[in-house]
Design a protein around this ligand. Sequence first.
Ligand code: SAM
Length: 267
Amino acid sequence: MTATTVGKVYLVGAGPGDPELLTLKGKRCLEAADVILFDELANHELLEFTDAKAELIYVGKKPGKHCADQREIEALLIRHARLGRTVVRLKGGDPFVFGRGGEEALALHAAGIAFEVVPGISSAIAAPAYAGIPLTHRAQASSFAVVTGHRVAGVDYDVNWRDLVRGVDTLVILMGLENIRAIMHALLVAGCAPERPVALIQSGTKHEQRTLVGTVMTIAELAERCRLKSPATIVVGTVVELAAELNWFRSVEGRQTMGRFAELRVG
Ligand SMILES: C[S@@+](CC[C@H](N)C(=O)[O-])C[C@H]1O[C@@H](n2cnc3c(N)ncnc32)[C@H](O)[C@@H]1O
């Protein structure tokens, strides 16, 4: 009887949506993988890089079921690696930015499974970039922070909005669309000016990207009126104003976004 060599797991960042934003290393991992575990946010077009014999496992999460699913995903990664397979865990954006990649890496470490992390371009940076919003600008913003907008029902935010409002020029909020009203309220309570510009970028870097611009005071209502859907990134800060001039995605590609931008612009 021969002992099976334990395989390896690659936690690969798929990038924010545009398939061309996958790294070369990520592509190489996909080509070499025996098993790929992927979910909703990773663009499924990337699976075309996989070997025809590779096993593709969808581990998409349903809202409100994060915890149970997460343990199953970790168990699957460990099980396939123990069968001697090369496993890719393909995750939207960057695996270590609100992607629970840290938890998966810890589970692999605890199980004695070798792993590598292949960073991806996070939506926190890419969605604003495709909307023409530089997160920093020498004249207006020397810092930015990426913050979770996710809130467990009934539990208060584990985010220090006051310190963020005081100390950071540009705020990028992920997973915040569902709670946008509460987030904007928290910002106001923390001392943020009501007229501070806010952008909401839906499906950033994809063909269907839409950008909505308003202020801390107006954006929640606009988002509801325009029925913006996840995934969406929220940007708060004066750099949002630059999108009026820098929205290259629409002008290069002739997409709808700037039309929406102009039409929906408030304040
Ligand atoms: C669980 S977090 C994962 C973030 C991911 N690891 C990253 O680095 O982009 C999911 C959130 O990322 C943001 N997001 C992901 N893809 C996006 C996209 N194409 N456009 C805008 N926001 C996106 C949304 O705020 C979404 O709720």
